[in-house]
Design a protein around this ligand. Structure first.
Ligand code: GLN
Length: 473
């Protein structure tokens, strides 16, 4: 019974429903049973909803009326920072441990309309700040391939849920790599869409000019299915725009910024990456060196801009407007107590940093400079993709510089942890889309991944090349 569900994808599950092989309730039961058996080991879910079967029964009725929605009956894990009406959304923080959402995020509304089923909320680094899910106030998430290692972050719960087959797909959020890096660590596909193609309405904001919601799935085709449903202009988020259609070249010119890969990359990761490039060359694609001279400043500018925006966004969690209130003798003491108790150390570190770089006297030196550098980085990408520049169709790098590391290995060294985002952060700064695709395993069985970055609105190009990579691995 179980095995027929184990290797399903969104595509094949949908086909199974339509052929009458099984019903959404059967599939939902399969996942509930697996979660019960495995979640205590992994801590991928912070909560499994008590209405999963009721949701599945509802969808079964809709499917009988012949819905052609590809996501009808598909069980998903949802990152804990995406609001579902009536459910807790804690953003991995003590501050919001009991916060119950009073409306649906736009992505949730769209998924509900499509008939998707929500299994539960997935663990994450507190307020999406982190690269290992060890900053969750509710304990780390284990890697499905070795539970002594991290699942990556900050969407570690979402990635582990899909990687361990505790959900057919998941939603995550990505501000500097939080979908792609955990996807890579857990052997699944992760998409950070073009900035603005997916609504952020109803998502707990981290750094608004960088945040995007996207899918984590078993296959590239599934990522595309979810992306089609959740994307599109939304009047509730004025930064949104409809996805555009782009021509997908049959044989692509793949740009590789070799100088950017010269140091700090695990040799096993590099060898795997070169292997993928060799295979792609064999199938008729061209690989050439591309220069993105300002990429080396990505992390430095990200770690100014992101804390600046986060410190502003997190100002609302003061125990009065939002968040758990801790009593004090006066208002100031209530603020200080609430924020001191509610936020963990990494969140506090970033609020302090962000407040500092925005303070009068330092604003131009830090925030102003980092904004200017961000523009240069965006310019590097635009030039690389333009016919007057390098004219490449995509840019490829490994997704992360290392495979999943040990739980505890980097917690005392924030700078080492920040380096995990070296390849993922640039796409957020530039607003371009990037897709993480599994590309094999280390000798000890840890997943590896490559990242394809495309021009603004180039998702279709990423999906096409991503599908090819799946077939050659
Ligand atoms: N790991 C990165 C950070 O800590 C990215 C986080 C994210 O994308 N939400 O900021």
């Amino acid at each position: 019974m179980d095995s027929k569900f184990s290797n399903l994808t969104i595509e094949t599950a949908g086909a199974g429903f339509r052929a009458g092989d099984f019903a959404p309730t059967d599939l939902a039961n399969f996942y509930l049973t697996r979660i019960k058996a495995k979640n205590s080991d992994l801590n991928a879910y912070l909560e499994v909803y008590d209405d999963v079967l009721a949701q599945a029964e509802q969808v079964t009725k809709i499917l009988k009326q012949n819905s052609d929605s590809k996501l009808a009956g598909i069980p998903l894990a949802i990152k804990d920072n995406i609001l579902i009406d009536g459910k807790i959304a804690s953003a991995g923080s003590k501050m919001l441990a009991n916060y119950v959402a009073v409306y649906d995020a736009t992505v949730i509304k769209k998924l509900k309309q499509a008939g998707a089923i929500f299994l539960g909320r997935a663990n994450m680094d507190e307020f999406a700040m982190g690269g290992s899910t060890e900053n969750s106030a509710f304990g780390p998430t284990g890697n499905p391939f070795d539970k002594t290692r991290v699942a990556g972050g900050s969407s570690g719960g979402s990635a582990a849920a899909v990687g361990a087959n505790l959900a057919l797909a998941a939603l995550g959020s990505d501000t500097g790599g939080s979908i792609r890096q955990p996807a890579s660590f857990c052997g699944v596909v992760g998409l950070k869409p073009t900035y603005g193609t997916v609504s952020r309405y109803g998502v707990v904001a981290m750094a608004s000019s960088l945040d995007q919601i996207g899918p984590l799935t078993k296959t590239v085709a599934d990522a595309e299915l979810v992306y089609r449903v959740i994307s599109g202009r939304d009047e509730k988020d004025s930064t949104t725009i409809d996805p555009q259609v782009m021509v997908v070249p049959e044989k692509m010119t793949i740009g590789v910024p070799y100088d950017f890969l010269a140091s700090g990359v695990d040799p096993v990761v590099l060898a795997n990456f070169n292997l993928v490039l060799d295979q792609l060359k064999k199938t008729g694609h061209t690989v050439k060196e591309v220069s993105l001279p300002n990429l080396k400043y990505s992390l430095a500018s990200y770690y100014v801009l992101m804390p600046a925006e986060s410190s502003t966004n997190l100002g609302r969690f003061d125990g009065l407007r939002y968040g758990a209130l801790q009593e004090g003798k006066n208002l100031l003491e209530e603020y200080m107590n609430s924020r001191g108790v509610g936020f963990g150390p990494e969140v506090r570190r970033r609020i302090i940093l962000g407040t500092y770089v925005l303070s009068a006297g330092y604003y131009d030196a830090y925030y102003g400079k980092a904004t200017a550098v961000r523009e240069l980085i965006r310019g590097d990408y635009v030039k690389a993709f333009s016919k007057d520049g390098a004219g490449v169709d995509v840019i490829m790098t490994p997704t992360a510089p290392t495979p999943a590391f040990k739980i505890g290995e980097k917690v005392d060294d924030p700078l080492q942890m920040y380096l995990e985002d070296i390849f993922t952060v640039p796409a957020n700064l530039a607003g371009v889309p990037a897709l993480a695709v599994p590309s094999g395993k280390t000798d000890s069985g840890l997943p590896l991944g490559v990242q394809i970055t495309g021009p603004h609105f180039g998702e279709d190009i990423l999906f096409a090349l991503g599908r090819e990579i799946e077939t050659i691995i």
